[in-house]
Design a protein around this ligand. Structure first.
Ligand code: ADP
Ligand code: MG
Length: 218
């Protein structure tokens, strides 16, 4: 069986990840594909329980290293239970956030050592890397405004101060600069239709590349 591929959409809160991912899902379904839509933290029953602990505003006592390990634990389960089986059966996996978020928030935001985070990410993912990570880049203040207008309550991570969210934004841009083969940045302050069409163009490229690499006789 030929392998599938994995596309991640990441970025700050309110940048438009959920909205864009919905359009990507519709687009892939319209092409007759059967994408596996998932998210982090979460994506599995165990991961969703860890998500509740992580995002609960009542978890205000959480230490940075506890937070890091919970994200990693949820990811370890996610990769083994859901992502790798789907990829191995030829599916396209599309995730709302993945390992790039841990580098941005726990290293650039919280200041935990990058080598520790990379090591934990490697253990969690068993060395697996997404084909592409699309970063929706937006000023965190604008993102918070959008979250407010969406009418939802801020979770524990979203209610962090702007300085922390700004550092995380820098973290996404740095990762994209350091690894242009695996990251692409979209200016998420542009009108939604433009952001969506840019994201879909990238998805189409990655999917067609992944399919063209498949041996034609299988
Ligand atoms: N490019 C955009 N321009 C204006 N509003 C947007 C744009 N992208 C998303 N939004 C709106 O901002 C809000 C937050 O979007 P959402 O997809 O929930 O963000 P995220 O999942 O990244 O937190 C939603 O109400 C959405 O309709
Ligand atoms: Mg969202």
């Amino acid at each position: 069986m030929s392998k599938g591929c994995m596309i991640v959409c990441d970025g700050g809160n309110g940048a438009g990840k959920s909205t864009v991912l919905q359009s990507i899902e519709h687009h892939l379904i319209a092409q007759g594909r059967d994408p596996v839509m998932t998210r982090e933290p979460g994506g599995t029953p165990i991961g969703e329980k860890i998500r509740e602990v992580l995002l609960d505003r009542g978890s205000s006592e959480m230490f940075d290293v506890t937070e890091l390990m919970l994200f990693a634990a949820a990811r370890a389960q996610h990769v083994r239970e859901k992502i790798l089986p789907a990829i191995n059966s030829g599916k396209i996996v599309v995730s709302d956030r993945f390992d790039s978020a841990t580098v941005s928030f726990q290293h650039y935001g919280r200041g935990l050592p990058l080598n520790l985070i990379r090591q934990l990410n490697d253990i969690a993912t068993d060395g697996f890397k997404p084909d592409i990570t699309i970063i929706l880049d937006l000023d965190p203040a604008a993102g918070l405004k959008r979250v407010h207008s969406r009418g939802s309550e801020l979770d524990r991570m979203e209610q962090e101060n702007l300085q922390f969210l700004q550092k995380a934004r820098t973290g996404y841009l740095e990762q994209a600069k350091d690894d242009p083969d695996h990251f692409i940045v979209i200016d998420a302050s542009k009108p939604l239709e433009i952001v969506i069409s840019e994201a879909i163009r990238i998805v189409d490229q990655v999917v067609s590349k992944s399919y063209s690499q498949r041996p034609s006789f299988t």
